[in-house]
Design a protein around this ligand. Sequence first.
Ligand SMILES: Nc1ncnc2c1ncn2[C@@H]1O[C@H](COP(=O)(O)OP(=O)(O)OP(=O)(O)O)[C@@H](O)[C@H]1O
Length: 188
Amino acid sequence: MLDQVSLALDRGEALLLTGPNGAGKSTLLRVLAGLCPFQGGSFTFEGRKGGTPEQALDIAYLGHLDALKPGLTLRENLALEAGIGGGTCDDALEALDLLALADLPTRLLSAGQKRRGAFARVMLRQAPLWLLDEPSLGLDDNAIATLGTLMAAHRAAGGMIIATTHVVLPLPESRRFVLTPQEGSTWI
Ligand SMILES: Nc1ncnc2c1ncn2[C@@H]1O[C@H](COP(=O)(O)OP(=O)(O)OP(=O)(O)O)[C@@H](O)[C@H]1O
């Protein structure tokens, strides 16, 4: 499905992955996250080979699904990530305006609140490379602006972002990579 895709990202950079439905954007993110095997090619992060346990710590992945356990509270859902990444749950919850909802079962949260919870988990991983699959899905304007602030802070600290989207994202000075499998892929 993906052929002749070549990407390189420096510290502080962001890349918007665009293209029509079914072009392979999510698949590419999943390959980079080590969730999907690839037949050829390679991926390295600062010398570490993709798909290894060590390299997994370099990456925080946000998929289409929020992957929050509905029976656990938001705080409980985030505790594991905080344990891996070393961040503080309450700081991430506050950054996403979720502190007041932290002890509710996640099944009671709205779609946008769950999405913000999933983004809080990305932050807690404290990984240099964020892979975000349509991060603004279900978010209102305020939440999208918050997302922009948090992504800018991540980049200012030397972090990198690869995000897929069909809408405008608050990622200024990002590069764009258009996946068009039938005709090849293009940098613009
Ligand atoms: N395991 C699989 N087996 C067969 N086909 C698959 C598999 N995974 C994905 N595909 C197909 O690969 C193509 C790319 O899917 P992908 O989800 O990466 O597209 P996308 O660019 O993210 O699309 P969208 O904009 O709709 O989110 C689709 O046609 C999809 O059906």
